[in-house]
Design a protein around this ligand. Structure first.
Ligand code: TRP
Ligand code: SF4
Length: 327
């Protein structure tokens, strides 16, 4: 019986500065895991290339931004291995090896494959690279022998495929990999300023790096429940994107004040927004403070350490997989 910590692995694509949706949906959980598990957190630049290979220009700068956001959010490189996927070449080797035994049909059936092709009409992602996205994700996970993978709902189909690939590998070459499990943390879904999913492409985000002034400027003009045409018209908080944000950033007591005030028209929308602005800024302040500390530090050096740790793990896995596959 070993008392070694279980392993957690997760990743994010370097698509630019992170927003509050990334935080409430992922990072918030990643931070406490650091004291409970051995954590590997990867900035998955090869995954970014699967969709951005025609215009890869921003990936390098985005890696730096994501790294700064992670550190600001409380990811601690002393506790976790924080690394860049493309610097661990064994991941590419494992991807090649596992691709031999991965049926095309399994990849074609992953819902995100067709969905993304529909959505990203401006580019050609009918490629091996994009089809292989969930296999590459599987390799991220199994290269460090992860037990748990904290992800959002939208990634469950990828994790199911990961387990299928692992089962097939174990069947063909002998029981080797453990089946990774997703770690879903039920949190209220944070929507964007316009009530749609918070997303960079919708331009409706609050960034982890936004200043107090910017937060103020973004919240004040938000559209609220359309029933509140005049100050005296009562509203329905559930139909208001401001209230959606209160669910993530305000106390139960404050939410009650808002619900009562809104449904009886005893508070105005600006009063309601001011409470949110205050809470959001209180929440963001320690994150801003950490960012100020890290901004002048060479984050590249911090990354080297994590890369080394991930590489050690992945090299061992790759050697064992080569052995099992007789190459
Ligand atoms: N596909 C994931 C996403 O878009 C990112 C990712 C890549 C990932 N590799 C991973 C997540 C490994 C967890 C584990 O969110
Ligand atoms: Fe939205 Fe608050 Fe206005 Fe109600 S009072 S409509 S919850 S902003």
């Amino acid at each position: 019986m070993s008392n070694e910590r279980k392993i957690v692995m997760s990743g994010m694509r370097p698509t630019g500065k992170l927003h509050l949706g990334h935080y409430t949906g992922a990072l918030r959980n990643w931070v406490p895991f650091q004291d409970q598990y051995q954590c590997f957190y990867s900035i998955v630049d090869w995954h970014a290339l699967t969709t951005d290979y025609q215009k890869p220009g921003a990936i390098k700068e985005n890696i730096r931004q994501v790294m700064l956001d992670w550190l600001s959010a409380g990811i601690d490189p002393e506790k976790s291995a924080v690394f860049v996927q493309s610097r661990v070449k064994e991941i590419a080797e494992l991807y090649l090896l596992l691709s031999m035994a991965t049926p095309l049909g399994w990849l074609e059936r992953v819902p995100t494959f067709k969905e993304q092709q529909q959505q990203l009409k401006d580019r050609d992602i009918n490629t091996i690279g994009f089809l292989g996205y969930p296999l590459l994700q599987t390799v991220d996970i199994v290269s460090v022998k992860a037990d748990f993978v904290p992800v959002g709902e939208d990634q469950v189909s990828h994790l199911e495929l990961s387990r299928e690939i692992v089962r097939r590998f174990n069947f063909l070459y002998g029981d080797y990999f453990a089946e990774p499990q997703e770690l879903l943390t039920p949190t209220p879904k944070l929507l964007g300023l316009d009530g749609r999913k918070m997303s960079k492409s919708y331009d409706n985000s609050i960034l982890l790096s936004d200043s107090a002034e910017v937060v103020d400027q973004k919240i004040r003009p938000m559209k609220t429940d359309t029933r509140r045409q005049r100050r005296t018209d009562p509203g329905v908080p559930e139909d208001c994107p401001v209230f959606n944000m209160h669910k993530s950033f305000s106390s139960a007591e404050e939410r009650e004040t808002v619900v009562n005030g809104c449904t009886t028209a005893s508070i105005g929308c600006l009063d309601c927004k001011k409470i949110l602005i205050k809470n959001m800024n209180n929440f963001l302040e320690p994150i801003r403070e950490r960012r100020r500390q890290y901004e002048n530090i060479a984050v590249d050096e911090i990354l080297e350490d994590g890369i080394k740790k991930a590489r050690e793990k992945a090299a061992k896995t790759a050697a064992e997989v080569r052995d099992l596959m007789k190459v």
